[in-house]
Design a protein around this ligand. Structure first.
Ligand SMILES: [Zn+2]
Length: 319
């Protein structure tokens, strides 16, 4: 009988001896979030690559425009963090408020209301636990606490062979969408009043690469549960990604790619010409039945150890 082993710091994962869930069996410390988004409008969050065709040289009627660029990690991070907060709150605990308690909120009453509904003041959890709550520990505070999760931008290209999903890249097609806002008054003859332009990406398909700087199984559990939650609620206004939400923007199919996969198996997920192998199917079963639940239990233990300050809702727990 082999000994239970885990290179996750100070934590044993509660799995059978022969199940490969320890860090050296995984693509650790990287986690790849698979993304499929029909329409993404991240607002200021697109940086185009001037070496190809920059936004300046963009021609709306040129179907061949090959603009590459990046989706800002800030847009993605806020979305993931919101999912993490929700998971912690559903489990009956409170989450760190994302804003500083002394910030100049435009609507003070909204901040106060947040504190009464599932949030605590950012960093107040450090008084109870050296590392703070799991959301604080993972995302960090501003300033001296960098957090454990490195969130990269997603580089995109319309040319699939330029996309490396192991580098956190996606295939996506950049467009500037123009719309004329026209007068409704009959006497104006429908003349345009205002011209609006919006940067969008169509058919985003690829990965967002996350890297854990600290090896804590509850972090893996939190990211797993948050991504599941976001995927299950992807068409709810609060959990869409970026802007244009009323127009179907930011409805993201998202999943954590099985961390038991090898690098070539991760590539295979996005290779339309190739199917899932039987080895990948076996890994999916091991992940689903043994590893994933162990990481989620680690998250539940961490959350339960800290928080008694919010009543546990009926049916609370992992999704
Ligand atoms: Zn906190």
């Amino acid at each position: 009988m082999t000994e239970k082993k885990s290179v996750f710091e100070g934590a044993e994962l509660d799995v059978e001896d022969d199940v490969p869930c320890s860090a050296e069996d995984l693509l650790f410390p990287d986690l790849f979030v698979g993304l499929e988004i029909d329409l993404l409008s991240p607002g200021d969050g697109i940086v185009t690559d001037r070496h190809h065709a920059s936004a300046d040289r963009y021609e709306a009627d040129d179907a061949m425009n090959q603009i590459e660029g990046q989706i800002s990690p800030f847009t993605l991070s806020g979305w993931l963090r919101h999912g993490c907060e929700q998971v912690v709150q559903v489990a009956g605990a409170s989450a760190c408020h994302p804003g500083e308690s002394n910030a100049d909120y435009m609507r003070k009453d909204v901040y106060e209301r947040d504190l009464e509904s599932g949030y605590h003041e950012k960093g107040s959890c450090l008084e109870d636990h050296d590392d703070g709550c799991v959301v604080y520990d993972l995302f960090g505070g501003f300033g001296d606490r960098p957090g454990s999760l490195l969130r990269r931008p997603v580089s995109f290209s319309p040319i699939r062979r330029n996309v490396d999903v192991l580098d956190g890249e996606a295939e996506a097609h950049y467009r500037q969408v123009s719309s004329q806002v026209r007068s409704r008054n009959a006497e104006d003859g429908g003349q345009p009043l205002r011209h609006a332009e919006r940067d969008v990406l169509g058919n985003v398909e690829g990965t967002w690469k996350l890297t854990l700087r600290d090896a804590k199984p509850e972090f893996v559990g939190l990211v797993l549960e948050a991504v599941s939650y976001l995927d299950a609620h992807s068409d709810e206004f609060a959990f869409q990604l970026g802007g244009a939400r009323n127009f179907g923007g930011g409805i993201a199919d998202a999943w954590v790619i099985n961390p038991l996969y090898s690098e070539s198996e991760v590539r295979r997920v996005f290779d339309r010409a190739k199917k899932v192998t039987s080895v990948m199917e076996e890994k999916d079963e091991t992940w689903r039945s043994e590893c994933r639940p162990a990481f989620v239990r680690a998250l539940q233990a961490r959350v339960a150890a800290r928080d008694g300050d919010v009543p546990v809702p009926d049916g609370g727990g992992s999704a």
